[in-house]
Write a protein that binds this ligand. Structure first.
Ligand SMILES: NC(=O)N[C@@H](CC(=O)O)C(=O)O
Ligand SMILES: [Zn+2]
Ligand SMILES: [Zn+2]
Length: 434
């Protein structure tokens, strides 16, 4: 290697936490020409002393909304990629509820190509299950898979029609890619803007019950049994859904679920505390503390194997409407790591290796990806994290166009301080490098 060449790095004395290989130890990591290298290959590298820092490969967020094409005023592939790099992620999966909906191979292809052109994060698109996400007719899943779709979802909406859901799950089995369901019975949830319970009653806001989610999860589990298909439950948030998931696992079905950081960290109390500010309005809604505890336990037990942000940026003018009229969603990429550290590490509920499984190996298994971990030849995709850094959330500082965060002003400990993608830093010292 040449000396000053930026294509060679030695990251010294870093705590390598590699869930892909189950390793947690202090080592030096070498990067040559975009790949992890053996020590011996690396002469004359740029050296980074990373004592006290953690290095984790391939942080993956399998549920983000980048709003591109069509709703770029909320977020586009560029600003979303910046938010991902700032948040420490090297892989994101984009949801297809754009305008137009991503339901044809050319749009999958376009998102991948544009993502590579930006070069800040691997963008793996999710295609729609139904044409236009209308729930009436199956989209061409096969062609979208050929174009690179890693899964299928009508997220933003539930797929209500049981016959179409059955067909989609049958396809998923053959294609080897999951059907990701936003589980919500639209009639039961109709009009609900927060969790139905004592707080919604006190505040006089229309609530949606837990069961609006769980009745559909139970149905989908039955359909996964019928078809042998691959079902992944998006943003799981209710006790009944956890029961259904547990039942599915005991039956040996190919069913998995993800939980969002906000459902692990916040409760419906936040709706009261924020005094009707729609910054807490999200779908599914923030739940009571008893449910939050159940979700945390489900993660610890290994029932839930993925944490995903459901990063849902919205424009300030939209979020500034009344609680009833504002759109659902939280901008979550840039607070993700700090939030799950608060929930699991500060409380001593999980060790780091286990926690990082949920944003590396967990999503990789659901999506059928094959990153091998930090072995020589693997793409140098990793994140350096300062586990001691304390910081205060300020949405106005986000790279995301969506400044909508109910964590505004919250103190977090632990922060990604550098992100490397294919051997190039995409973020260093909180600054995204384009
Ligand atoms: N989660 C949300 O509250 N909003 C998402 C839609 C979704 O994930 O269902 C969005 O697209 O804004
Ligand atoms: Zn959803
Ligand atoms: Zn979503």
């Amino acid at each position: 290697m040449t000396n000053k060449d930026e294509t060679c790095w030695q990251i010294q004395n870093v705590r390598v936490i590699d869930p892909f290989r189950g390793i947690d130890s202090v080592e030096d990591v070498f990067v040559v020409n975009g790949h992890i290298a053996e020590r011996t290959e690396a002469a004359g590298c740029q050296v980074i002393n990373a004592r006290g820092l953690w290095l984790v490969p391939r942080l993956t967020d399998m549920h983000v909304h980048f709003r591109d094409p069509g709703l770029e005023y909320k977020e586009d592939l560029f600003s979303g990629s910046q938010a991902a790099a700032a948040g420490g992620f090297t892989v994101v999966c984009t949801m297809p509820n754009t305008r137009p909906v991503v339901d044809i191979p050319s749009l999958i292809h376009w998102q991948i190509t544009r993502g590579k052109e930006i070069g800040l994060v691997h963008i793996l698109p999710i295609g729609a299950i139904s044409k236009g996400q209308q729930g009436l007719e199956l989209a061409d899943l096969y062609q979208m898979a050929e174009a690179g779709a890693v899964g299928f979802s009508d997220d933003g909406h539930p797929l209500v029609d049981s016959r179409i859901m059955r067909a989609a799950l049958s396809y998923s089995r053959t294609l080897g890619r999951p059907i990701i369901q936003h589980a919500e019975d639209p009639l039961l949830a109709a009009g609900g803007v927060m969790h139905e319970g004592s707080i919604s009653h006190q505040l006089g806001l229309a609530g949606a019950p837990d069961e609006a989610e769980s009745v559909m999860v139970w149905r989908d589990v039955e359909l996964a049994g019928l078809t042998g298909g691959i079902l992944h439950v998006a943003h799981i948030s209710s006790p009944g859904s956890l029961e259904a998931l547990d039942y599915a696992k005991r039956r040996g079905l190919r069913v998995s679920a993800e939980v969002a950081p906000h459902h692990l960290f916040l409760t419906d109390e936040a709706v009261r505390e924020w005094n009707y500010n729609p910054v807490t309005k999200v779908n599914p809604p923030l739940r009571p503390d008893t449910t939050r505890q159940l979700l945390i336990q489900a993660v610890i037990k290994g029932l839930i194997t993925v944490i995903a942000s459901d990063h849902a940026p919205h424009h300030e003018d939209e979020k500034n409407q009344s609680y009833k009229d504002a759109p659902f969603g939280i901008s979550g990429l840039e607070t993700f790591v700090g939030t799950i550290f608060r929930v699991f590490l500060d409380a001593g509920l999980l060790d780091p290796l286990h926690l990082f499984r949920l944003i590396t190996v967990g999503p990789q298994e659901v999506l059928g990806l094959d990153y091998p971990g930090l072995i020589p030849g693997a793409s140098a995709d990793f994140t350096l994290i300062d586990p001691q850094m304390t910081w205060t959330v300020d949405g106005q500082q986000f790279y995301s166009r969506g400044k909508n965060t109910p964590l505004q002003g919250t103190k977090l400990k632990g922060r990604p301080i550098a992100t490397m993608l294919e051997g190039r830093f995409t973020m260093r010292d909180q600054e995204v490098l384009v």
